[in-house]
Design a protein around this ligand. Structure first.
Ligand code: 13P
Ligand code: SF4
Length: 369
């Protein structure tokens, strides 16, 4: 089901949850979790709010949460604290008996919405006309199940920010060139790291249905076709912010997510997935100072947890992912109380055909990871 169809199912949060105190809500969640035991699994992405992540049985980046879904074949209910594409992935990787539930259906991802299956099929037809059968489609997991299925059906795979390099290397063993969906920045940053020059990359604009060939590259030299999509949270980190810090706080280490633009990633000291960011801070020397370019819930949590290092957001106004933040303690409790009553609301189900092809793409990735 597309996120637009999902939105038709959205119900209003009952008012009673607004009247409860935080400790009442926390207590109820603990009780329900205890009652369900191993029948219930709550995975939580690192961008989730503190009030929610405290109840996660397992936390992780997108790759780790996909691996958890693949490995856990016993929990009857998986209440996924993350966004829609992650819940879809979990549904596809778990068995028929397991139910995946998203506490708030409005928790989509603006980047995933930037590539629809209709746009992708149209683009593919045009690109195949231009490049013949030389292209392999690969997609960032931040995409709909339909896009994953498209990649699976055409011999391609999914990637996450943790394994993008490995997967792009693999992709070049399959075909001469790649279509990288839907995040142009992760695609560009990864390809560049692997020695592909900017001149060997072009951008596919799905709205204009044209190739944007900034460097007038002859078509036979194009190695990567980047889908013109981006993360609206990570695009808020800028070169200006880095230059400002370099001037006023030259001792600061700058650590960003590869969904940031190429220019930002080039000027940063380090870049990597949310898991990489956490591991880097864990290993940071006492007294060191870090400016981090990623979603604010994670940055604030790191600052609270690792008091012996200084941590600030690269963007002083902090960048929040509005959709990740849709999952709050009220929606989590409402979902769990409904579950307790036997009312399964917000179950995420991907149809069988889509699941079969998308799983080809996911399994090609999980095998390499
Ligand atoms: P990772 O946790 O895989 O780094 O992904 C970041 C992200 O933007 C998820 O939406
Ligand atoms: Fe999507 Fe960006 Fe939010 Fe991740 S941070 S869920 S990519 S909008």
């Amino acid at each position: 089901m597309s996120i637009l169809e999902e939105l038709k199912r959205v119900e209003r949060l009952p008012k009673e949850y607004l009247k409860m105190t935080m400790s009442e809500k926390e207590q109820r969640i603990k009780e329900i979790k205890q009652k369900f035991g191993d029948k219930l699994l709550i995975p939580g992405h690192h961008y989730q709010r503190d009030e929610v992540i405290q109840f996660a049985d397992v936390t992780g980046d997108s790759l780790q949460l996909a691996q958890v879904a693949q490995q856990n074949q016993s929990a009857e209910f998986i209440v996924f604290c993350g966004v829609h594409f992650m819940a879809e992935t979990a549904d596809m990787l778990t068995n028929h008996k397991q139910k995946v539930i998203l506490p708030d259906l409005r928790a989509g991802c603006s980047m995933a919405d930037m590539a629809t299956i209709t746009q992708t099929e149209k683009a593919w037809e045009k690109l195949i006309n231009l490049f013949d059968e030389t292209i392999l489609p690969i997609t960032y997991v931040n995409s709909t199940a339909a896009i994953k299925a498209f990649c699976g059906e055409h011999g391609g795979a999914t990637v996450t920010s943790s394994n993008a390099k490995k997967m792009v290397e693999w992709a070049f063993t399959q075909k001469q060139r790649l279509l990288f969906l839907p995040d142009q920045h992760l695609g560009r940053n990864t390809a560049y790291d692997l020695g592909i020059s900017l001149h060997e990359m072009v951008v596919w604009d799905p709205l204009e249905e044209v190739i944007v060939n900034e460097y007038q590259t002859p078509l036979q030299d194009v190695k990567v076709i980047l889908w013109k999509g981006h993360c609206s949270v990570h695009e808020k980190f800028t070169v200006g912010q880095i230059e400002d810090l370099r001037k006023h706080r030259p001792e600061m280490n700058i650590l960003v997510h590869p969904e940031c633009t190429y220019e930002v990633v080039q000027k940063a000291d380090l870049n990597g997935s949310t898991h990489f960011i956490i591991e880097t801070i864990k290993k940071a020397p006492k007294g060191s100072a870090w400016a981090i370019g990623t979603e604010m819930n994670l940055v604030s949590r790191l600052a609270k947890t690792f008091k012996e290092v200084e941590i600030i957001s690269l963007n002083a106004t902090m960048c929040a992912c509005l959709t990740m933040n849709r999952i709050d303690i009220d929606h989590l409790l409402w979902t769990l109380e409904d579950l307790e009553k036997g009312n399964l609301r917000n179950v995420i189900t991907v149809d069988e055909r889509t699941t079969a092809f998308a799983n080809l793409a996911l399994e090609r990735m999980l095998k390499q990871s």
